[in-house]
Ligand binder design. Structure first.
Ligand code: AMP
Ligand code: MN
Ligand code: MN
Ligand code: MN
Length: 282
């Protein structure tokens, strides 16, 4: 049976499992086609691919790019990318660099409310490549400021709360240029997570499509069943293919366990509909 998961994270970004462990876990959960899509980095792909070969999982190279669109943060997933493509890797390196400067500002904000040492504290959870709000969240939980991931993001690190700072990520057209330059397919990640009204959402879909974007996540670990239907309809209306991914970040740090995603609505054309390696796995 085909069990496709095209959105997941490893320790290269803010996941809890190393790329190799993540692939082993996916295999245990019966996943047959897996994409690793770390935030702003492709450093885990080689290891994951190696393990996928051993586990008889069809491996799809991926990345989840942080984008600022109309002063809001959105995520664009690139699938089937050539991870050695220089413009892509240079662009991602720029984003990772900027994360360290942003982390200093987050720490300065937390200092103001008496939570000190958070930069070093967050870094202790991070790889030396990337630092994200997730790492700050783990530090804040460890220090007893919140009980779990959900509550820590409710109290800190989000707009209007201590530890939130504005940040400028890649532009939408840049992210798509990097993905397309690397031969990949661009996917709007988890549209249900953006606090957009219907007009803004349609404007995003229109602009994305005009820039050559091809797909949208319909089934996401972070979407409700209602949202599956809503985004299936929107995908159809915009002529976009549909993707499916858990957004797995590790045990206890994920919306949904791997291998537990709902099936794709029948009205959708899956983004993998013409992928040879996937059809062979079916
Ligand atoms: P960053 O890219 O540094 O802004 O961090 C974003 C990451 O934080 C996301 O990819 C999630 O892994 C995590 N995150 C953001 N909001 C939440 C939330 N409400 N609950 C749990 N994790 C969250
Ligand atoms: Mn994440
Ligand atoms: Mn995301
Ligand atoms: Mn993600």
């Amino acid at each position: 049976m085909l069990k496709v998961d095209l959105h997941s994270h490893s320790t290269v970004s803010d996941g809890l499992l190393a790329p190799r462990q993540l692939v082993r876990y996916a295999a245990e959960q019966g996943v047959t086609v897996l994409a690793l899509t770390d935030h702003d980095d492709v450093a885990g792909l080689a290891e994951a691919r190696e393990e996928a070969l051993l586990q008889d999982i069809r491996f799809i190279t991926g990345v989840e790019i942080s984008v600022t669109w109309r002063r809001r943060t959105i995520h664009i997933v690139g699938l089937r990318i050539d991870a050695d493509q220089a413009e892509l890797t240079a662009g991602l390196a720029r984003l990772r660099e900027s994360r360290f400067e942003r982390a200093r500002r987050i720490a300065a904000e937390l200092d103001k409310i008496g939570i000190t040492g958070s930069f070093e504290g967050a870094m202790a959870y991070a790889s030396d490549r990337i630092i994200s709000r997730t790492h700050f969240a783990r530090f804040l939980i460890e220090e007893g400021h919140a009980k779990d991931m959900k509550s820590v993001f409710k109290k800190y690190l989000v707009k209007g709360k201590p530890g939130y700072v504005e940040h400028t990520w890649a532009e939408l057209h840049e992210a798509l240029e990097w993905i397309h330059g690397a031969g990949g397919i661009a996917v709007i990640a988890h549209p249900g997570r953006y606090d957009f009204g219907p007009t803004l959402l349609r404007e995003l879909f229109t602009e994305f499509k005009d820039l050559g974007g091809r797909a949208v996540e319909v089934v996401s670990g972070s979407h409700s069943p209602d949202e599956f239907g809503r985004f299936a309809d929107l995908a159809k209306a915009f002529g976009l293919l549909a993707s499916r991914g858990s957004d797995y970040h590790g045990p206890g740090h994920s919306y949904i366990d791997m291998g537990r995603l709902a099936p794709m609505p029948a009205s959708c054309t899956p983004v993998w509909h013409d992928w040879r390696e996937v059809l062979e796995a079916a």
